[in-house]
Ligand binder design. Structure first.
Ligand code: CP
Ligand code: NVA
Length: 313
């Protein structure tokens, strides 16, 4: 059973195949209008969402399928009345595909272990692979290639998007530099950096973790940042985190260090004046809304690929 739990498990060829399918879906959406007719996608959410929820639900509808939004807080699983394994076994009897946005990555892995239908990671505290597939699609659309580019990630290194970017870039031959504060709380998890470095050796890319923002940003083709206050971070940590992350804010001075035609990306939601200034987010270099749009096309491609054996037409 092919799931999408982490980009670590997806070979570069499979990533390339899904990106090509996403391009095709974007160019001719009508061709896919009945591709998942009669199929149901279950979407389990333990955290908020704008993009992931709406793009998956719309994507399923546009391909003739049906999506169910299921708030974990109102489920027996979320209220401690039922375990993950039994939940997985039951939903597999009803639906064709499951996507879940959960806090605990281990819980998602367990859900996939017991499910007999494909499971998609719609974000955990640890990783966010669907986002990074849309990011790769966007970068290739704008730059015409992936391999050999330089991507700089600034800000929270101990972050789901950062982890998935490290893996996705390393697999596809993009050199990635992460500029983040020192310390375990703010740096990417060592096992992810090790895995990314191993994939980078195969693709010819380079992976660098630095605590100097300028070193990360210099000559970058893509400058990427994400929220300093991810959904699972307690609001009480705001002041301390703003203090720690401020040197990594993406502002006009930092963008000047990057290539003159560098793209600015943020998976969104974004807060102007925090991880980037309004000037950068709203600049012509910013592609954040194209990036958000590509979630729709990539999610359609992911659903098509995971349901491949069963797709009609
Ligand atoms: N980028 C992203 O996953 O956004 P949402 O949290 O709105 O789904
Ligand atoms: N790192 C962010 C991504 C949001 C899409 C979070 O987990 O909230």
């Amino acid at each position: 059973m092919l799931h999408l739990i982490s980009l670590q498990d997806w070979p570069a060829e499979l990533i390339a195949e899904v990106l090509a399918l996403a391009d095709a879906v974007k160019q001719r959406p009508q061709r896919y209008a009945r591709s998942i007719a009669g199929r149901t996608l279950l979407m389990i959410f333990e955290k908020p969402s704008l993009r992931t929820r709406i793009s998956f639900e719309t994507g399923a509808t546009q391909m003739g399928g049906h999506a169910i939004y299921y708030d974990m807080g109102t489920s027996p699983l979320g209220t401690g009345k039922e375990n993950v394994a039994d939940t997985a076994r039951v939903i597999s009897r009803y639906v064709d595909l499951v996507m879940a946005r959960l806090c605990d990555h281990a819980q998602l892995v367990e859900l996939a272990r017991y499910a007999t239908v494909p499971v998609i990671n719609a974000l955990t505290n640890y990783s966010h692979p669907t986002q990074v597939l849309a990011d790769l699609m966007t970068i290739r659309e704008k730059k015409g290639r992936l391999a050999g580019l330089q991507l700089a990630y600034l800000g929270d290194g101990n972050n789901n998007v950062t982890h998935s970017l490290l893996l996705g870039c390393a697999k596809m031959g993009i050199n990635i530099r992460v500029g983040c504060p020192a310390g375990r709380a703010y740096s990417p998890r060592p096992e992810v950096v090790r895995a990314a470095a191993a994939f980078a050796r195969q693709s010819g890319a380079q992976v660098l973790i630095t605590h100097r923002a300028a070193e990360a940003a210099r000559d970058a083709d893509v400058v990427y940042t994400d929220s300093w206050m991810s959904y699972h971070i307690a609001p009480a940590k705001l002041r301390e985190r703003v203090r720690r992350f401020q040197p990594y804010q993406v502002n006009a001075a930092l963008m000047k260090l990057a290539a003159p035609d560098a793209l600015f990306m943020n998976c969104l939601p974004a807060l102007r004046g925090y991880e980037q200034t309004a000037e950068v987010l709203d600049s012509p270099q910013s592609v954040v809304f194209d990036e958000a749009e590509n979630r729709l096309h990539v999610h359609k491609a992911i659903m098509l690929r995971l349901l491949k054996e069963n797709v009609r037409g």
